[in-house]
Design a binder for this molecule. Structure first.
Ligand SMILES: NC(=O)c1ccc[n+]([C@@H]2O[C@H](COP(=O)([O-])OP(=O)(O)OC[C@H]3O[C@@H](n4cnc5c(N)ncnc54)[C@H](OP(=O)(O)O)[C@@H]3O)[C@@H](O)[C@H]2O)c1
Length: 261
């Protein structure tokens, strides 16, 4: 099968031919239709999990995808990340533990749209639900994968959203979602503007402010229903054929990058 992979930590991505992965006990083998690109994918290539989990090389990045289960033909989408790291969704086939966050892919949902949803959509939905009855929320990094969903979901929940793009100043609000700060001092400077503050990069000294998404089938089903009902727009910035996907990365202006198999 064809895949996009890195031959070592920190290496450029390249097109490689690999044997199809075979499902082990309690695993599914999935033929992917599409995969989406998250910042986490590049972080794994750059060694974020080095020392904490085994890796397989060539390392195929990618956690999110949509496809059909080989054998049953069941159409699914969700998060495919599992250990060892490196058997990811930038590939024609992937294996995944049956217990991962996976949900049925509705017939009328574009697989590219479904593939764009899991990590960013579940993070955005759970972040907004963590805000409780906060009436206003600053969202730093509002145009990226998580931000573009969080802005919509917070507005639909009746909150006043204050998007903070590059160069924008912060103002006082009830809550802050910081999707950008990569160090403690940047986050703490932003957190002064709101009594309730979350970041997604684990940079706060207060664990309660370090938000970690918890993937679930139920959250995926809710997101798919929101898209089908027209309540959630999935902005796709780029659709890249797998064989040309050597330069994909997250953060290309508004929306998600999706790899089409
Ligand atoms: N903890 C968790 O469970 C969890 C889950 C999902 C994501 N994350 C993390 O959350 C972060 C955001 O994820 P994502 O998928 O939204 O990433 P993304 O798609 O790359 O979006 C990031 C956005 O932030 C913008 N940005 C960068 N610097 C900025 C600044 N100084 N001010 C305002 N905006 C700025 C980028 O704009 P440009 O397009 O102009 O560069 C981009 O639109 C990543 O670090 C990711 O790893 C964590």
């Amino acid at each position: 099968m064809w895949a996009i992979a890195a031959r070592d930590f920190g290496a450029q991505l390249e097109l490689v031919e690999l044997p199809e992965p075979e499902a082990g006990p309690n695993e599914l083998k999935v033929r992917l239709f599409a995969a989406s690109v998250n910042p986490f994918d590049r972080k794994v290539v750059d060694g974020m999990l080095r020392g904490s989990t085994p890796h397989v090389f060539p390392l195929v990045p990618g956690t999110d995808g949509a496809g059909e289960v080989v054998g049953s033909g069941e159409r699914i989408f969700g998060t495919f990340f599992h250990r060892p790291a490196g058997i990811g969704t930038y590939a024609e086939y992937v294996t995944v533990p049956a217990g991962n966050a996976l949900a049925p892919l509705p017939e009328d949902l574009d697989p590219a749209v479904a593939a764009a949803l899991p990590t960013a959509g579940m993070t955005a939905l759970q972040l907004v639900e963590s805000l409780g009855d906060a009436k206003s929320v600053l969202i730093v990094g509002p145009n990226g994968g998580v931000g573009s969903f969080a802005v919509q979901i917070a507005r639909a929940a009746g909150k006043r959203v204050i998007p903070v793009g590059r160069g924008d100043s912060l103002v006082e609000a009830d809550a802050l979602i910081d999707l950008v700060s990569a160090d403690r001092s940047s986050f703490e400077a932003n957190a002064r503007y709101a009594p309730l503050a979350f970041n997604t990069n684990y940079v706060s000294s207060d664990p309660a402010q370090n938000f970690g998404m918890k993937g679930s089938r139920e959250t995926l089903v809710r997101l798919a229903s929101m898209v089908q009902a027209g309540d959630l727009d999935v902005p796709i910035a780029r659709r890249v054929p797998l064989r040309e996907a050597v330069d994909v990365s997250a953060g290309h202006g508004p929306g998600k990058t999706v790899i089409i198999m």
